[in-house]
Structure formats: structure tokens, C-alpha cells
Write a protein that binds this ligand. Sequence first.
Ligand code: HEM
Length: 136
Amino acid sequence: MKKDIETREDVEVLVNSFYSKVQQDDLIGPIFNDVAKVDWAYHLPKMYDFFETIILGHKGFKGNPMETHFKLNREFPLKPKHFDQWKSLFFATIDEHFEGLNASEAKQKAASIADLMFYKINNQNAGINVLKHPRR
Ligand code: HEM
């Protein structure tokens, strides 16, 4: 029986394993490696904080993920297939290492954030369009 995600160390195992899959992935790996040229020594500790906040409820993450991905989307348009692959690698990583309530909630929360992120990326200009085309 696998354990649940319960400590900072568990979150680090999850994040290291997930981004190792991401870096090797043919579809989304190049977005991180070639488009954003991610500095992993800087990115990984930030992601430990982020997922520790999401999964364990410990405050620690400071950042603006939506803004980061809006900017990324301007350089490289993020499509449903990219988000689907992100989710599928994340779910596979969780299932490989963990099981339990936190593990299953982590999948739900990450999927909700991914879906919200995709929605916001594609509706950023909705307000502007309303102003451009006012109802008569
Ligand atoms: C197609 C899907 C995605 C791609 C290609 C992607 C790519 C990236 C890249 C390139 C960065 C910037 C890294 C850097 O320069 O340091 C980043 C940051 C980040 N990503 Fe994603 N991401 C995706 C989906 C997600 C999802 C679904 C989540 C959350 C569940 C997430 C959470 C974050 C966070 C928290 C940061 C750090 C933001 C900050 O610095 O404030 N990403 N992502």
C-alpha cells in the first residue's frame, strides 16, 4: 500500500518526479526547456511551496501563476492538448507514488486550477470585447 502525501518531503518527491516527466515529454517538455528556458534550480523550490500550499494548506507560496501563464501564452499559445498532457502527467505521478485522501484531492485541485487557467487564458479579452461592441 502506498502512502498519502503528508509532509514537505512527500511534496518534494511529487514535484521532482513530475517535472522530470515534464522535461522529457515530447509535447510539453519543449515549452519549459526551449520557450521559457526554465531555470530548474529556481523553479523547483517555488513549486514545492506552491504544491505544499495547495495540498497541505501550509502558507508559503508567493507568486502570480495566472499572470505567469498569460505571459507564456503570448509567447507560445497554450492549447487544450497541452493542459490535458500536463494533467495526465500530474495524475500519473501521483498514482505512481501515493494514494489516499490528500493524493486524490491533489489531483482534483490541480485539475480545477488547470481548467480555470485555460478558461482565463481564453477569456482575458472578454471584457474588452464587450466594451468594443456595446449593446445598443
Ligand atoms: C500546459 C500547461 C502548463 C505549462 C506549459 C506551464 C508552464 C510553466 C512555465 C514555463 C512556468 C515558468 C517557469 C519559470 O520561468 O520559472 C510556469 C510557472 C508556474 N506554473 Fe505552470 N504550466 C502549465 C500548467 C500549470 C498548472 C495547471 C499549474 C497549477 C496547477 C501550474 C503552476 C505553475 C506555478 C505555480 C508556476 C510559478 C508561477 C510564479 O512564478 O508565480 N502550471 N509554468
